[in-house]
Design a protein around this ligand. Structure first.
Ligand code: C5P
Length: 232
């Protein structure tokens, strides 16, 4: 997998195909619920068959048995990386990993990462609505350690949380970070952003980049530039 994951935040197959046609060689993409619910999992198969690596971002969260069954079927698609909510608990995360192992048809089990606290959750909402005391970063690190305990490969997190997570879970524990902007870009609706260089310095393993690449004048050139920065 490349270190730069392009978020395919499009709502139709045609837009995705037009976008991918701009690249001469396979890239790594993130497919989320918007595209999946619009076009179905056949599009995931098609993108995999075209040679791209896929992070399927469906954030499963249910009872362990259901997550296991769901993951078994996602593994059959040959995706490279997928995720669950850490809030589902250690048993659920373990079941997700087991499902992936059982459903995997190659010797490369998809990587499984956990969503900790969504970046849209404020400390106030976390304290009041979820009933979790303390700061967001404390909760993020706690969820990350639980994900590690469950045998997961890493977490989705903010660039600003990478250091604390790596300290608690070790350098091998993957941190996949969205919220990336080039220094020349507008921030759009992202509040706290980081450049690819800063993400690399913080120890981010993979960055998720949407609009900075999808809306670039030359997406392939921008992708190559960011990927070179991440591999410095
Ligand atoms: O266009 P942009 O680079 O902001 O897109 C970022 C992608 O990463 C989107 O698909 C967004 O949903 C996702 N994401 C995020 N922040 C999170 C988790 C996921 O921006 N905390």
């Amino acid at each position: 997998m490349n270190k730069t994951i392009v978020a395919l935040d499009f709502s139709s197959r045609q837009e995705v195909m037009d976008f991918l046609a701009k690249f001469d060689s396979p890239i790594t993409v993130k497919i989320g619920m918007e595209l999946t619910y619009a076009e179905g999992l056949d599009l995931v198969r098609e993108i995999k068959e075209a040679g791209h690596d896929v992070f399927l971002d469906l954030k499963l969260h249910d009872i362990p048995n259901t997550v296991k069954g769901g993951m078994k079927n996602l593994a059959r698609l040959g995706v490279d990386l997928t995720n669950v909510h850490a809030a589902g608990g250690v048993e659920m995360m373990k079941a997700g990993k087991e499902g992936l192992k059982e459903g995997c048809t190659s010797n490369k089990t998809p990587l499984l990462i956990a969503v900790t606290q969504l970046t849209s959750t404020s400390q106030e909402a976390m304290n009041e609505e979820q009933g979790i005391p303390g700061t967001v970063i404390d909760s993020v690190v706690r969820y990350a350690t639980k994900a590690k305990e469950a045998g997961l490969d890493g977490v989705v997190c903010s660039v600003h949380e990478v250091k604390a997570i790596k300290e608690a879970c070790g350098p091998e524990f993957l941190c996949v970070t969205p919220g990336i902007r080039l220094s020349s870009d507008s921030k759009d609706d992202q509040k706290r952003v980081a450049t690819p260089a800063f993400a690399r310095e913080q120890g981010s393993d993979y960055i998720v980049v949407g609009r900075s690449i999808t809306k670039a004048e030359d997406p392939a050139k921008t992708y190559a530039m960011i990927e070179a920065e991440m591999n410095k």
